[in-house]
Design a protein around this ligand. Structure first.
Ligand SMILES: Nc1ncnc2c1ncn2[C@@H]1O[C@H](COP(=O)(O)OP(=O)(O)O)[C@@H](O)[C@H]1O
Ligand SMILES: [Mg+2]
Length: 457
């Protein structure tokens, strides 16, 4: 056949020997059967972005790795360079993914080369040497569908272990080879660890294959492998040999908004000082009678699901279900549970509060309190207190105190004083002493002078 323009460079380079025929022409790519290195191969020619349909493009681009941060920034900015970077990312994503998946043991065509927007890969063939059909083109017995479903789930598990979510998995992108299903068409795959959409896309992938196999084996429709797988993947416990159960139960606990609202209202009431309390009449308190309604949206109606979480706490997590025990449950040690009262709640009485009853108190059930006794005290049961003894003290049991034996006080020592350690006192300098005025001197004794004892020179 005539060589398609996009394949000419690969022929020139010697990557392709001969173009056999076109195999498929879709919105995003054209696939040709070619001879290369002595083998029949598939040459997938990507259409450029303008002719490609970009379904949920944002989902696929989320977390997509490019050659470098320059490309990532360009893709975020937009513009022509951005489109080119995005295009390259799109085209190389498939060859990269095929390489990773092949290495991880996933059944995908072996990639053989990539050049100028053309992916060369092994052609999946039937036993007769024809290109393998898509699952969508085949019929299955019940048992075949069951086996097929198990195989596909295992392939998805292996892909997730390799960190890849296909993101467009369906019966149209799985070929039926003699040795089992082969997964193709991966340019929109997402990195499970990097993309915020990975879980959602994984669930969609698994739902597609479950719904397809469920047409032949309806019991598989009950299985929930994607959620189980993702839970284990996030916990980093998913391995290629993990045995999955397909059992999963979403959390059934739903926030009971009414419970929370009432708890807040109760707390509000208790916090308010009593005198400032209003009765909820016109213009009244937060509970709101006419005119007192809080601004904002009306309170939400409580869900009528009987499994509501009475704590009112919002819980929204998934739990892995243990393997189903379908046998009869043993009786509870506390006996049967009383029937739940799931009837409707009695309407809350949010009307105006009755006025405070400040009138006389009703009589106490124990009768009236006896009047206070302010009269004289009754006599003490131990009799009157004895009068204070203010008389003479009784003699001391040890007898009278003996007289002091200090003897007479020694005479004062009036002898000459010892010399002062600072020496003799200096003469007084208080000026001349005033004349003694002791009256007239007695008359001198002018009689003969006698010699007094020791008085001679
Ligand atoms: N490696 C392959 N071996 C056999 N057939 C293939 C191969 N790759 C693609 N095909 C055929 O080409 C069709 C389109 O390929 P696909 O990769 O799904 O591209 P798209 O769906 O984007 O057009 C497939 O449905 C399949 O029939
Ligand atoms: Mg396809």
């Amino acid at each position: 056949m005539r060589v398609p323009k996009r394949l000419a460079p690969l022929i020139e380079e010697g990557l392709i020997d001969e173009v056999v025929r076109p195999l498929s022409s879709g919105k995003e790519a054209e696939v040709f059967i070619v001879w290369a290195s002595g083998h029949l191969r598939a040459a997938k020619v990507y259409k450029d972005a303008n002719t490609r349909s970009f379904k949920n493009r944002a989902d696929y681009l989320d977390g997509r790795k490019t050659r470098g941060s320059r490309d990532s920034r360009a893709m975020a900015r937009g513009g022509s360079f951005a489109r080119q970077a995005e295009e390259e990312s799109w085209q190389t994503a498939e060859v990269t993914a095929l390489g990773r998946l092949k290495a991880a043991g996933v059944r995908v065509p072996e990639p053989r080369g990539f050049m100028d927007g053309v992916l060369l890969m092994d052609l999946v063939l039937t036993l007769e040497g024809e290109p393998a059909p898509r699952l969508a083109d085949c019929d299955f017995t019940h048992d075949e569908a069951q086996v097929l479903y198990g195989e596909l789930i295992h392939e998805v598990q292996l892909m997730l272990c390799a960190g890849i979510v296909h993101s467009d998995l369906s019966e149209y992108n799985i070929l039926l080879a003699p040795y089992g299903p082969v997964i193709i068409d991966l340019p929109q795959m997402v990195d499970a660890a990097a993309s915020g959409q990975a879980r959602k896309l994984l669930i969609r992938d698994v739902s597609n294959i479950r719904d397809f196999c469920g047409k032949f084996a309806p019991e598989v429709l009950r299985t929930r492998y994607a959620e189980e797988m993702w839970y284990l993947y996030e916990k980093a416990t998913l391995t290629p040999s993990t045995v999955l159960t397909g059992e999963w139960r979403d959390s059934t606990r739903v926030a009971n908004v009414d419970n929370v609202r009432h708890a807040i209202a109760d707390a509000e009431r208790m916090r308010r000082p009593t005198p400032g309390r209003t009765s909820g009449g016109p213009g009244g308190g937060p509970r709101g009678g006419p005119g007192g309604a809080p601004k904002g949206p009306p309170p939400r109606q409580a869900k009528s699901d009987p499994r509501l979480d009475q704590s009112g706490l919002e819980t929204n997590f998934d739990e892995r279900r243990p393997p189903r025990n379908d046998g009869p449950r043993p009786p509870h040690p506390d006996g049967p549970r009383p029937p739940r009262n799931d009837g409707p709640r009695p309407p809350r009485n949010d009307g105006p509060r009755p006025p405070r009853n400040d009138g006389p108190r009703p009589p106490h059930p124990d009768g009236p309190r006896p009047p206070r006794n302010d009269g004289p005290r009754p006599p003490h049961p131990d009799g009157p207190r004895p009068p204070r003894n203010d008389g003479p003290r009784p003699p001391h049991p040890d007898g009278p105190r003996p007289p002091r034996s200090d003897g007479p006080r020694p005479p004062r020592n009036d002898g000459p004083r010892p010399p002062h350690p600072d020496g003799p006192r200096p003469p007084r300098t208080d000026g001349p002493r005033p004349p003694r005025n002791d009256g007239p001197r007695p008359p001198r004794n002018d009689g003969p002078r006698g010699r007094g004892p020791g008085g001679g020179r």
